[in-house]
Design a protein. Sequence first.
Length: 154
Amino acid sequence: MIKILFICHGNICRSTMAQYVFQHLVDQSGLTDSFYIDSAATSREEIGNPVHHGTRRKLKEVGIPCGDHRARQMRAAEYEEFDYIIGMDSWNMRNIGRIIGNNDPDKKVYKLLDFTDRRGADIADPWYTGDFDVTYTDVKEGCEALLKDCLLRL
């Protein structure tokens, strides 16, 4: 089983969008039992809050089920528990490093767009931009590429 943890600042917009988009792709591929997918925040600001209404709206618009995930903060121990830890932007990556002790000996930590031709690019935070459409386009591209990478491990 491949375990994936998506990370953003608050765990209400981008990381939850990636969690549900990736789950949808996995389910459509008939690989549900081969993956465990979750998401978390680097901050404590939104702990306990539901998925942002903009993310819910966008996922509904494109026909992707959105569950009842509640924001939570990433724990250092999750480095050992997950195969992939996927941040959305450079700030997330710095904070993931802070949480896990700036150590990635197993090369598990990536930005979502590292699996695309836009390696190193950030996914804009719709909390600030208000543009959930652009965020969704980037998240979908990253998730499709990540799934291809994961299939090489199965």
